[in-house]
Each structure stands twice: as structure tokens, then as C-alpha cells.
Design a protein around this ligand. Structure first.
Ligand code: LMR
Length: 412
């Protein structure tokens, strides 16, 4: 007994996850006006999770389908799902798909896609030196652990400029230029997490130029397709442009946010190769890796998305649902901006609130101000000042704006 208790004495106690600990703290807080701006999960104007009407419809179709069983899916996933998912991100008319150059594998949502992509690179990429991945500073905190878990060391590249609360484009491009040739760069396809700051189309062009020049590899993470602009195609434009330019790349795709399927863990990894032969080899190895880790991906969420993406009517309905979510978030941005600039006359420039895009806004407030908001006003947000716009609604936005105003004035 005593011996087995000692077995784990050497294991250090890990801190709780910086994002999900906020959800737990929020849930256990009895304060009536508490606000959760932590995790990036959509809420409706009543602060309730929103089951997309199109998802309800597709679920009903599945429930009533007498041909469905609970057998294993193929190791690389449900083919109707992976092929539709590839078209969604790369474009239905993508020459890469027509030429059979895309290896698509169903994954455990975006995190699983990042993991499988990182694991695949760790094993098979032509590393010229130490295994390294360049991550934007800042990035989604989980990227660090995902790459370290597979023996790839993260290095940061400049991305966010606190002075402008915008993109440090020169720093970013400088880093692309100075990194050793054939480096791996992780890029957020749209709605950058945590900053909400995306490059413009013109800037993406320069980024692609330098990546091609330096023969770098683009590791795209696309967790918010549709959430940035409300338009699935527009939010995929950087990825499609890179494919068109012939940049070697992979894309990690999640359906958590744009379909509200958080718990179903439905996602995909797409590796775009130079030839069909290369893609077949890549897929064979992805299949081996997948088998050793999860054997076969889960069927339920993939079936829902396969139905939605392959049925023209359901697909149109999904697009409308996405517009509803993106529209509400854009509206919250406008209202928050108006409250801060016109009503409260909060010191500083708040234009970034409406210029940033997607689920998150990087407010530019300090860790101390974030802490004060949490401790004194029961408003939960990450210490870096990121807020999930989806946590704001017509009932709590004034409370949030007033407390943000006080925090900025040092009066909280
Ligand atoms: C977030 O950044 O809040 C989301 O992507 C949820 C997560 O898994 O961290």
C-alpha cells in the first residue's frame, strides 16, 4: 500500500488548464451578474448554448434512419464526411482535390487534427535541424503542449503588436525571412485565436511569397471557418490561395464552433501533397498513426456533418445558422464599441473591437486589469485580456462595458 502510494511521488502537480479553469470558476460563482468571457464557445442572447436548427434536423434524420448501426468507421473516418470536409475548406472546385492530391483523415475535432498533423510531421517531415514549429506570439495556448507532446519544440514569431493592437506584419515577415529554410510555420486560417487580428488579402500574398521563397511548410489551423465573416468561402480564402500558389501545406479543421458540435469532437486533417502518389503514401501513414492512437474516429458527429454538407438544402440552412452566430458576434462588437467610445468615453482607442474578427477580441488590457475584472466584477476572461465575444449579450454588455471602463481608469 505504502509502496504503491510512493510510486507517483515524483509526479509534479500540473496547473489546471488556463481556459477551462475559467469555466469551472464561473460555474461555481454564485454572483448573479457573473459573466463568462473565457472559453470560445457560442452562446445565444440568453447566454445559452445554441443547438443549430440544422443540426437538430440532421440528428432527427439519423435517429429515424433504420439502416444505421454502431459498427466501426474506417480508420481514416467516414468517407462522405472527409470528402465533403475537404471541399468545404479547399473549395468544391479545388484542382488539388480533382487531382487526388489531398489526404483527408477524420480527427478528434481540431485538437486531434493538430495532434495528428504534428505527429505526422514529427515522424516524416524532412527536418534539416532540430524539430521546431514557429507559432504566432500569441497563439492558442494548447498549441504549445500539442507540439511538445510529439517532440517538436515551439518557437514564437512576432504577430501581435500591443502598440497598435493590430498585426506586427513587419515582425512576422521578418521572422519568415530569417527562419532557416524549410521551417514549419503554424498559421491561423482566419479569426486568429486569441487576437482576432487577421492578415489582409494583400498581406497573405506577401506571406505566401516568402514561404515559397524559403521553402517553408504551412501548418494551417482552421477552427473558425464561417465565424470570422459569416461566410464559409471567404474564411477559407487564405488556405485556398496558398493551395493555388503551390505552398506545401496541411489544414486542421474543426466543426466545434461553426456547427456548435463541441462535444462530438468532429474534425479533419487535410494534407495537400504534390502528387496523387505522394498523397496516397501520406494517407497510408496517417492511417497507421491513427490506428495506434484511436483506432477509428467516432461516428455520430461525422454523420451529422456528412448529412449537412452533402444535402444542398441542409447546407444552405447551415450557412444561414452560421450567419446568425457570426452576425450576433459582429453586433456585440458594434455595441461594445459604441458603449466604450460614445457613452462611457473610456480612455484610449477602441477601434480594434470592431476591426478584429471572429469569436475573440484582444482588448489590450493588462493582466492586472483582467484580474481586477475577474476578482471584483465576476467577469471571467483569460489574463492576456482575450474576451470571447460570444459571452456578451444584450443583458450583460453594459455591465461588462462599465466594469471594463472602470478597470481601464484604475477605479475597479
Ligand atoms: C478557446 O480557445 O477558448 C477554444 O478554442 C476552446 C479550447 O479548446 O481552448
Amino acid at each position: 500500500m505504502a509502496e504503491s502510494a510512493e510510486t507517483w511521488n515524483e509526479v509534479p502537480l500540473a496547473p489546471p488548464d488556463s481556459i477551462f479553469k475559467l469555466t469551472a470558476a464561473y460555474k461555481s460563482d454564485p454572483f448573479p451578474q457573473k459573466v463568462n468571457l473565457g472559453v470560445g464557445a457560442y452562446r445565444d442572447d440568453d447566454n445559452k448554448p445554441w443547438v443549430l436548427p440544422v443540426v437538430k434536423k440532421a440528428t432527427q434524420l439519423l435517429v429515424n434512419d433504420p439502416t444505421l448501426d454502431h459498427e466501426y468507421l474506417p480508420i481514416t473516418g467516414l468517407p462522405e464526411f472527409t470528402s465533403a470536409a475537404a471541399k468545404l475548406i479547399l473549395g468544391a472546385d479545388s484542382p488539388a482535390i480533382a487531382e487526388g492530391r489531398v489526404s483527408s483523415v477524420q480527427t478528434i475535432s481540431g485538437t486531434g487534427a493538430n495532434h495528428l498533423g504534428a505527429l505526422f510531421l514529427s515522424r516524416f517531415y524532412h527536418w534539416d535541424g532540430p524539430k521546431r514549429v514557429y507559432l504566432s506570439n500569441p497563439t492558442w495556448v494548447n498549441h504549445f503542449q500539442i507540439f511538445r507532446n510529439v517532440g517538436v519544440e515551439p518557437v514564437e514569431y512576432p504577430y501581435y503588436d500591443p502598440k497598435t493592437i493590430g498585426l506586427d506584419f513587419d515582425g512576422f515577415v521578418g521572422s519568415l525571412r530569417s527562419a532557416p529554410a524549410r521551417s514549419v510555420f503554424l498559421l491561423h486560417a482566419c479569426a486568429h485565436n486569441p487576437t482576432g487580428v487577421d492578415p489582409t488579402a494583400e498581406q497573405w500574398k506577401t506571406i505566401a511569397d516568402v514561404i515559397l521563397e524559403k521553402k517553408h511548410y504551412a501548418f494551417f489551423d482552421c477552427a473558425y471557418q464561417g465565424f470570422a465573416s459569416g461566410d464559409l468561402d471567404r474564411d477559407a480564402s487564405a488556405v485556398r490561395y496558398f493551395v493555388q500558389r503551390g505552398v506545401p501545406l496541411l489544414v486542421c479543421q474543426s466543426f466545434a464552433k461553426n456547427a456548435g458540435l463541441y462535444g462530438e469532437r468532429v474534425g479533419a486533417l487535410h494534407v495537400v501533397g504534390p502528387t496523387k502518389e505522394a498523397a496516397d503514401r501520406v494517407k497510408s501513414q496517417l492511417s497507421v498513426l491513427q490506428r495506434s492512437e484511436i483506432s477509428n474516429p467516432p461516428s455520430h458527429g461525422a454523420r451529422i456533418m456528412a448529412l449537412i454538407m452533402n444535402d444542398p438544402e441542409l447546407f444552405e440552412e447551415w450557412k444561414r445558422d452560421i450567419k446568425t452566430m457570426a452576425g450576433r458576434i459582429i453586433d456585440m462588437r458594434r455595441q461594445l464599441h459604441r458603449l466604450l467610445t460614445e457613452e462611457l468615453k473610456t480612455p484610449g482607442n477602441w477601434d480594434h473591437i470592431i476591426n478584429q474578427i471572429g469569436m475573440f477580441s484582444f482588448t489590450g488590457i493588462s493582466p492586472d486589469q483582467s484580474k481586477a475584472l475577474t476578482e471584483r466584477a465576476h467577469i471571467y476572461l483569460t489574463p492576456n485580456g482575450r474576451i470571447s465575444m460570444a459571452g456578451l449579450n444584450s443583458k450583460n454588455i453594459r455591465y461588462f462595458a462599465e466594469n471594463l471602463d472602470k478597470a481601464v481608469r484604475g477605479e475597479l
